[in-house]
Design a protein around this ligand. Structure first.
Ligand code: FE2
Length: 202
């Protein structure tokens, strides 16, 4: 196994998420932004290896900060693509065990959407809205991630992520990011979210 981050292929075609996410956005987002996080995270890992071999003096504080940002970007984007699907895939609603757990936790799917949209809208600068499972409390909770690595709860399991960086929506929605967050629910892959949840509660 290669000890590096990999850029996964998208599990759908570039135009499959239209009209909610355009081919142009997806090409730039996956092929440029995600690829850059993967490349930079691997570059930092390489520098750490070189430093261990004695060939390089590192500013470890700066390197580790950059590693958290880029590794976070690499991992979050992989989770994001996998929890997207062409419109109509899961009829736009939660399925299976996670559907029941969401109804118990939030009261209804509508309330979850409302909380996640507010989570995404209130990100300061760049970041993510996430739906996570916290094993200690057995609760499904919203989580806001600033940049790729700030405000994360340690050891929570991510069920679903929604990218709130400008690069995720600006070409399609300009400054109207609320419209992108609303549109996201048409391309959320609830089969995948349910699979993630069921693995955690076994
Ligand atoms: Fe992104």
């Amino acid at each position: 196994m290669e000890k590096i981050f990999l850029l996964p292929d998208l599990p759908f075609d570039y135009n499959d998420l239209e009209p909610f996410m355009s081919e142009e956005t997806l090409r730039i987002h996956h092929d440029k932004h995600h690829a850059a996080y993967v490349k930079e995270a691997n570059f930092i890992l390489e520098r750490l290896d070189k430093a261990r071999e004695g060939g390089l003096e590192l500013n470890l504080k700066a390197e580790l900060k950059a590693l958290a940002f880029n590794a976070g970007g690499a991992i979050l984007h992989s989770l994001f693509w996998a929890n997207l699907a062409p419109p109509g895939t899961s009829k736009g609603e939660p399925v299976g065990s996670v559907k029941m757990a969401i109804e118990e936790e939030f009261g209804s799917f509508e309330r979850l959407k409302e909380q996640l949209n507010k989570t995404a809208m209130s990100v300061e600068g760049s970041g993510w809205a996430a739906l996570v499972y916290q094993k200690e409390t057995r609760r499904i909770l919203p989580m806001q991630i600033e940049k790729h690595d700030v405000n994360l709860y340690p050891a929570v399991q991510i069920l679903l992520v929604l990218d709130a960086f400008e690069h995720a929506y600006y070409l399609d929605y300009k400054n109207e990011k609320a419209k992108f967050f609303e549109a996201f629910w048409n391309i959320a892959n609830w089969e995948e979210v349910n699979n993630r949840f069921e693995k955690l509660i076994q």
